[in-house]
Design a binder for this molecule. Structure first.
Ligand SMILES: NC(=O)c1ccc[n+]([C@@H]2O[C@H](COP(=O)([O-])OP(=O)(O)OC[C@H]3O[C@@H](n4cnc5c(N)ncnc54)[C@H](OP(=O)(O)O)[C@@H]3O)[C@@H](O)[C@H]2O)c1
Length: 387
């Protein structure tokens, strides 16, 4: 089996690349890489394997230079005759930014880029499966505090917290316009954070949010809202398991913790408190107080604000951050994460457990114990600038 993979240098795509490379059924994996030269692309791929000391077989892992923004991407893939033998396309590349500043780029990558890949993939003579890495969060923000099932999305009526989830929802509709159902496989991971193994995490992105929450200690979010979080190693095992499942009953699967593997901010805070035991205790306050926190950081807090009831935390912030602008940067980076945390989504994983030989994922408050030394070292201010 020959595979074409996009997003191989990212969190999910990197782990998928390594996991796929270990499957005996896989011959070659062609990876779309945005690099100037073949050598540079090869180096980037080598790093993906080096991170956890996995074997990098140069004869099987082949870079294809390209960018989802290239106007002629479809044409250049079609004219690359080495790709005529592709059986499976795995599309993991995306712009995952939650920041409004990047909305146009998010749309260009996740809709425009996907269209270019689809126009090429649909003319492949041997295409068996187009595996799209979607996201469970396409259900939008109207769904709250309950279990979400695969068939509820894509729903054009859903309202979205960020452009990213909207474009991922539209992406699923696009795939259905271009390919017959029997070639489509959609894996929708929930929130991917860190790794359940005792290894260097492939990406700090969601770990950054946890590390920031750990530093702040006074958090405007519902501590009991369910959080569906999985580690990237589980996500990759589940997705590759789906690809090779002998009997798939569906075209769309959540790759998620489900009810059994879900966690909460409260449970995560207990794990964090046990490791970082010299910091103030966690205190979760109503989400509506986020604006007061932001006003305090701008020296504009009304004198009768409820937030003054938490003076020991305000003093702790003053001591820790000195400069209030740092706090403003942290809270603006954290804002969309707090919005997602408040939704209380749990994504049903019955389909995955039915069709793939895989166990439930370990709850994040347990597996994250393996990553505490990395959480400790994360530079939260640097992460906040482009979370
Ligand atoms: N992380 C999560 O929690 C999560 C949860 C649910 C679903 N997902 C889905 O999983 C997929 C991968 O996400 P991720 O977390 O792995 O993201 P990531 O770490 O940001 O990686 C994104 C990948 O896409 C590539 N890419 C971005 N823009 C590109 C462009 N214009 N042309 C070519 N390649 C481009 C990046 O290449 P460069 O290295 O060159 O930048 C990188 O390899 C996405 O489809 C996302 O929707 C992620």
């Amino acid at each position: 089996m020959n595979i074409f993979l996009t997003g191989a240098t990212g969190l999910v795509g990197g782990e998928l690349l390594v996991t796929l490379s270990k499957r005996p059924e896989v011959d070659q994996i062609y990876c779309l890489i945005r690099s100037q030269t073949h050598e540079e692309a090869m180096e980037r791929l080598e790093k993906v394997f080096d991170l956890h000391e996995d074997e990098f077989d140069r004869s099987r892992i082949i870079p294809v230079l390209g960018n989802l923004f290239d106007d002629d991407l479809t044409g250049s893939l079609i004219s690359n005759t080495a790709l005529n033998n592709i059986d499976v396309v795995v599309h993991s590349a995306a712009n995952t930014s939650f920041s409004r500043v990047n909305d146009d780029l998010v749309e260009k990558a996740n809709i425009g880029g996907l269209t270019k890949i689809l126009l090429w993939a649909k003319q492949l003579p041997h295409l068996q499966t187009f595996l799209y890495i979607g996201t469970a969060t396409i259900c939008g923000k109207d769904v709250k505090d309950r279990i979400v099932h695969e068939d509820e999305s894509p729903n054009l009526e859903a309202t979205h917290l960020v452009k990213y989830t909207y474009t991922k929802m539209k992406g699923e509709l696009l795939i259905r316009e271009h390919l017959p159902e029997d070639k489509i496989l959609i894996a929708r991971p929930s929130i991917i954070m860190g790794d359940s193994r005792n290894v260097v995490p492939r990406s700090p992105v969601i770990l950054w949010a946890m590390a920031t929450i750990n530093h702040l200690r006074l958090i405007p979010v519902n501590e009991y809202a369910q959080l569906d979080i999985i580690p990237v190693d589980y996500a990759a095992r589940a997705i590759v398991g789906l690809l090779f499942a002998p009997n798939r009953h569906y075209h769309v699967y959540h790759v998620s913790s489900g009810e059994e593997g879900a966690t909460t901010a409260n449970k995560l805070s207990k794990t964090l408190s046990a490791y970082f035991d010299e910091m103030p205790p966690f205190n979760f306050i109503n989400k509506s107080m986020l604006n007061q926190v932001k006003h305090w950081a701008k020296n504009r807090l009304a004198p009768d604000s409820e937030l003054y009831g938490y003076r020991e935390y305000l003093d702790y912030w003053k001591d820790t951050f000195q400069d209030k602008s740092k706090l403003r940067v942290l809270f603006s980076g954290l804002d969309p994460y707090l919005e997602f945390m408040e939704l209380g989504h749990v994504f049903d994983n019955a389909r995955l457990l039915e069709d793939v030989d895989i166990e439930n994922s370990i709850p994040a408050d347990i597996y994250i114990n393996n990553s505490m030394q990395f959480v400790e070292k994360l530079d939260i201010l640097e992460g906040a600038i482009d979370p």
